[in-house]
Design a protein around this ligand. Structure first.
Ligand SMILES: [Zn+2]
Length: 325
């Protein structure tokens, strides 16, 4: 278990003491990436490496040269490591998350695009590969994210086009929430799916929930075969209720409401469907650590994941022209 003040700074003042320059940031990343000592990314040989110029390491076996950032989220960055560390600190210390504009201002970055791309790279470090699946009692249901089209039937072609446009910006997200007894929620998992069929939701359940768990769903046919995959199913069919506030999946309903509020609030509803997956990762990261008392520990965990997360280019993120981050 990492210790506050020994493995990560406790406060912003400590942060400034720990990371006065690039060399200090590099040493910190090296300590986390090569905890058990240097391992050559090329030949895989462990052991002492020569220190080259500008933070380079040279493998004694194969003479491969690399830096601690090679092959990580910080790969080939034009932004200082100090700014990256400050970005991680800022992101993990803001309970509701940050926008690219907010990050640009706080770090004094030259361009909005740089801040935007940094945030997207870091979102990719928020989900740990091989993380444990949910277990116990788990509610599962889908929710539609995005603005709802106007209710009135559209009489003109123009209005019809508007409805189509709004619909194109909607996404279906399947949500799984651990339900605790007697009350409260545990961890969550989210995934954008193309439709609500069994072919879309079953793979999510299998990836996200431990077999043997009690899975609470509505009457949807999509979950019909859960028991065949080793789950116990609690089919919760909404009965006619006089209470208008009654919902059949209260945990999913609550998480969906928080997710929508976060997308509308922090991100002002501007998230495009093609980027939604990464925002879902960030929301999951924040939700599952909502009770964490130590923000410094979140900083440490994110750095830890950032040095094992594959690099991604601006072109891959934006799907357009290359831009230096
Ligand atoms: Zn080597």
């Amino acid at each position: 278990m990492p210790v506050s003040g020994r493995d990560y700074p406790r406060t912003w003042d400590q942060f400034l003491d720990w990371f006065p320059d690039e060399a200090a940031c590099r040493r910190y990343l090296e300590g986390i990436r090569w905890r058990g000592g240097f391992v050559c990314p090329s030949c895989g040989e462990p052991g002492e490496a020569f220190r080259g110029s500008r933070g380079r390491w040279i493998c004694r076996h194969c003479r491969y040269q690399c830096t601690v950032t090679a092959g990580t989220v910080f790969d080939k960055t034009r932004t200082s490591l100090r700014s990256w560390m400050a970005a991680v600190w800022y992101i993990t210390n803001q309970k509701q998350g940050v926008t690219a504009l907010g990050l640009q201002r706080v770090l004094g970055l030259g361009s909005y695009q740089t801040a935007w791309a940094m945030l997207h790279r870091l979102r990719r470090a928020m989900i740990r590969p091989g993380r444990e699946r949910l277990s116990g009692v788990v509610e599962v249901d889908e929710s539609v994210i995005g603005r709802s089209p106007p209710n009135r039937t559209s009489d003109t072609e123009q209005k019809q086009r508007l409805v189509e446009k709004v619909k194109a910006l909607q996404s279906i997200v399947v949500i799984a929430v651990e339900v605790k007894e007697p009350k409260g929620f545990g961890r969550i998992r989210l995934r954008r799916v193309s439709d609500t069929s069994a072919a879309s939701v079953l793979p999510f359940v299998k990836d996200s929930i431990e077999p043997g768990s009690l899975v609470r769903t509505d009457g949807s046919w999509a979950y019909h075969k859960l028991t065949k995959h080793g789950y116990r199913r609690d089919r919760n069919v909404m009965l006619d209720s006089d209470d208008p506030a009654h919902v059949s999946m209260p945990a999913v309903h609550r998480v969906a409401a928080l997710l929508k509020r976060w997308l509308l609030g922090t991100h002002q509803g501007a998230v495009k469907p093609k980027h939604l997956d990464y925002y879902l990762d960030e929301f999951t990261f924040r939700f599952n650590r909502r009770t964490s008392r130590s923000r410094g520990l979140l900083f440490y965990r994110m750095i830890e994941q950032a040095v094992v997360t594959e690099p991604v280019t601006y072109a891959q993120i934006a799907g357009k022209v290359k831009h230096q981050i």
